[in-house]
Ligand binder design. Structure first.
Ligand SMILES: *Cc1c(COP(=O)(O)O)cnc(C)c1O
Length: 390
């Protein structure tokens, strides 16, 4: 056994290389990737433009320190601001760090307004990361148990339920912000209604709260728009990004606008590695390829194609509760725990995932072709039917 902490129930396969939407294991077996390293490999594997950009950057400069200007980081902040309409960017290395920055911003904002114990409204079934603050914000007891005492300052409400949050607004003067995933990922691919997101925007404006979107999983083109919330026609005050931003290079970002911008000054927050030239080059190249290869519209159309094939192929199958999602973020909710399906799929050369126990989750790279989408659904539908005994 390797000397690794036993933190993952890993499938018994190791990949040696990949190309496009395929991965290859030690035995030379081929797999169709419908997970993308959990929404990370936006451009699939070994994308020639990303490889070339990283090789060139690695030959110039990997890391300097945020004690100096970093041109690639400045360029990335400009690009993200232009795509999102946000004002400022803090660059970090992961999703939990992006959320930590958001949580710190909200508390800082609260203190500025004279609220000494500021609280952030968070959702049931949410996932925000594994650090102490982000696991405390997470709406999943399994992720918290054993790590108490939790970080205080979170108020929990049901997801996609505006009445519940209005109730909190009426009774909690210490609330200063809402943190929500426009599409919950780990929680089972649950898409918030656009009406709900718009109502949240209005409530935050009324109360002077920060509207903070965790788009770590649903952002960067996955739902067919640069950011999932853009489909509701609104803008948050804070947004967390990571996963797909670097297409495999670790990078995260916390974006701020309006009342959340201009809060932090030197010394309030930082990161040794955050925003190094190599990671920023990965992100800049990812964004440029998404635009150049028109991957937003592809995510929308291929996602629609997959959902439609699944809906038709699984129609009337007892045990299938719902096929849902947005773009290339797709969930198939079953009536029973489905972890076993990842093993059955692996044996068939398909890489899928199961989350929230009963939800088969598909997060393909944004470069999926119609042929790859069909290969996925033609393989997956009979597997699910067989698994359910249908
Ligand atoms: C994965 C995820 C995180 C945590 O990101 P890490 O990079 O693992 O720290 C936070 N929020 C959401 C919505 C995620 O999907």
């Amino acid at each position: 056994m390797p000397h690794l902490m036993n933190t993952y129930a890993r499938l018994p396969v190791a990949f040696t290389h990949g190309e496009g939407c395929r991965l290859y294991d030690e035995q030379g077996r081929t797999y169709l990737d419908a997970l993308a390293g959990i929404a990370v490999n936006t451009l699939g594997h070994a994308h020639p433009r990303l490889t070339a950009a990283l090789v060139a950057q690695a030959g110039r400069l990997l890391h300097v320190s945020n004690a100096y200007r970093i041109l690639e980081q400045e360029a990335l902040s400009d690009r993200l601001a232009a795509l999102s309409g946000m004002d400022e960017v803090f660059v970090c290395n992961s999703g939990c760090e992006a959320n930590e920055a958001a949580i710190k911003l909200a508390r800082f904002y609260g203190h500025r307004r004279g609220i000494e114990q500021p609280a952030i409204v968070v959702m049931e079934h949410s996932f925000h990361g594994r650090t102490l603050a982000t696991l405390s914000a997470t709406g999943n007891y399994k992720i918290q148990v054993g790590f108490e005492p939790l970080v205080p300052g979170f108020l929990r409400v049901p997801f996609d339920d505006i009445a519940a949050i209005e109730h909190v607004a009426a009774h909690h003067p210490e609330a200063v912000a809402v943190l929500v995933e426009p599409v919950q990922g780990e929680g089972g691919v649950r898409v918030a209604h656009h009406d709900y997101l718009c109502a949240l925007r209005r409530l935050c404006d009324q109360k002077g709260w920060l509207l903070m979107f965790d788009e770590v999983q649903c952002g960067i083109g996955r739902t067919g728009s640069w950011f999932a919330h853009q489909q509701a026609g609104i803008k948050p005050d804070v947004m967390a990004l990571a996963k797909g931003l670097g297409s495999g290079m670790p990078i995260g970002a916390c974006l701020a606008a309006g009342p959340a911008a201009g809060l932090f000054g030197p010394g309030n927050h930082g990161s040794t590695f955050g925003g190094n030239p190599l990671a920023c080059t990965a992100a800049l190249t990812t964004l440029s390829v998404i635009e150049g290869e028109d991957l937003l519209s592809r995510a929308a159309t291929i996602g629609q194609r997959i959902r439609q094939a699944l809906t038709e192929g699984l129609e009337g199958v007892a045990g299938v509760r719902e096929v849902r999602g947005d773009g290339l973020m797709i969930g198939i909710e079953l009536d029973r725990p489905a972890a076993e399906l990842t093993k059955l799929a692996l044996a068939e050369g398909l890489l899928i995932n199961v989350t929230a126990e009963c939800v088969v989750r598909l997060l393909p790279p944004l470069i999926y072709t119609a042929a790859e989408a069909d290969e996925l659904t033609v393989g997956l539908v009979p597997l699910i039917r067989r698994f359910l005994g249908a």
